[in-house]
Design a protein. Structure first.
Length: 237
C-alpha cells in the first residue's frame, strides 16, 4: 500500500508520556489510513506530531484499494490492539476518531466481548483508556447504503452494515462504554449512511453528544469538520 498503509510513532521512546493525548483514526468501508493524511498534516499545524497521530488499514488489498466484505472479527482485533498499543506506547489516554463504518468497528473494539460471527471473546471494555470518542457520519445502527444494495456482502444480516443486524444490535446492547466523553458528528445531507435510516438517525448512539451539520454529503461531513474534531480532542468543547 505504500507509506500510508499505517502511520504513527515517530522517534518516541516506549512508555514515556507524550505532550498530548494521542489520536487513533479508524477508517470506513473501502477506506485506508490514507483517508486521514490531510487531517494528520492539519493537526501537525496545531502542535501534534508523529508521536501522537496513529492509523492503520484493515481489509483486503486489491492492488488499487481495500475492500471489507464483512465486518470481520479480525478487523476489530486489529483496531483494539492498536488502541491498546498506543495507550501503552504514549502513557496517555487515547482519543479515537472514526469515520463511516469505522464507527461500528471502533465501538466494538472498545466494547470488547464476543464477536458475533466467530464467538471469540475479545476481553473487557477499553473505556478507561479512551479520553474522547468521535464518530463522524458513523455506521452506528446500519446504513442507508444497504437499503439500496441489500445483497452486497457488507450488507449481510450478521456482521455487515444492514440496519439492526446482529452486529449492530450487539454494539448498542450496552451504553456509555466508548470513553470518558463521546460525540457524534452527522449531517442532514448524508446519502450513504443516511440521516434517516434504520428507524432512527443511524449515526447516533445513546450517551453521545450530537453535533448536527446541515447539508454536507457523507465524505464532506468528515472533511469539513476538522475544526470541530480539534475542539473536542483539545478540550475546547
Amino acid at each position: 500500500m505504500g507509506a500510508f498503509g499505517s502511520f504513527g510513532g515517530g522517534n518516541h521512546v516506549y512508555g514515556q508520556m507524550t505532550n498530548k493525548d494521542p489520536v487513533v483514526f479508524v477508517h470506513g468501508y473501502t477506506g485506508s489510513a490514507v483517508r486521514f493524511v490531510d487531517q494528520m498534516n492539519w493537526l501537525k499545524m496545531k502542535g501534534y506530531d508523529d508521536t501522537t497521530l496513529y492509523a492503520t488499514t484493515y481489509g483486503y488489498w486489491t492492488g488499487s484499494g481495500t475492500i471489507q466484505p464483512t465486518i470481520e472479527c479480525r478487523y476489530i482485533k486489529t483496531i483494539r490492539i492498536l488502541i491498546q498499543a498506543v495507550h501503552l506506547f504514549t502513557n496517555r489516554p487515547v482519543n479515537v476518531i472514526s469515520f463511516s463504518m469505522g464507527g461500528a468497528v471502533s465501538r466494538k473494539a472498545i466494547m470488547g466481548g464476543v464477536c458475533v460471527e466467530t464467538g471469540e471473546d475479545l476481553g473487557p471494555p477499553l473505556t478507561g483508556i479512551i479520553s474522547n470518542y468521535i464518530g463522524i457520519a458513523g455506521v452506528m445502527h446500519g446504513a442507508l447504503f444497504c437499503d439500496n444494495y441489500p445483497f452486497t456482502s457488507i450488507c449481510n444480516k450478521i456482521n455487515g452494515m444492514r440496519c439492526n443486524n446482529n452486529f449492530m444490535i450487539d454494539i448498542n446492547s450496552k451504553i456509555n462504554y466508548e470513553g470518558r466523553r463521546s460525540f457524534v458528528i452527522e449531517s442532514t445531507g448524508d446519502q450513504v449512511v443516511g440521516f434517516q435510516a434504520c428507524g432512527a438517525h443511524p449515526s447516533e448512539f445513546v450517551g453521545a453528544s450530537i453535533i448536527r451539520l446541515d447539508g454536507f454529503a457523507h465524505v464532506d461531513t468528515y472533511l469539513k469538520s476538522f475544526d470541530l474534531q480539534y475542539a473536542i480532542i483539545s478540550g475546547q468543547m
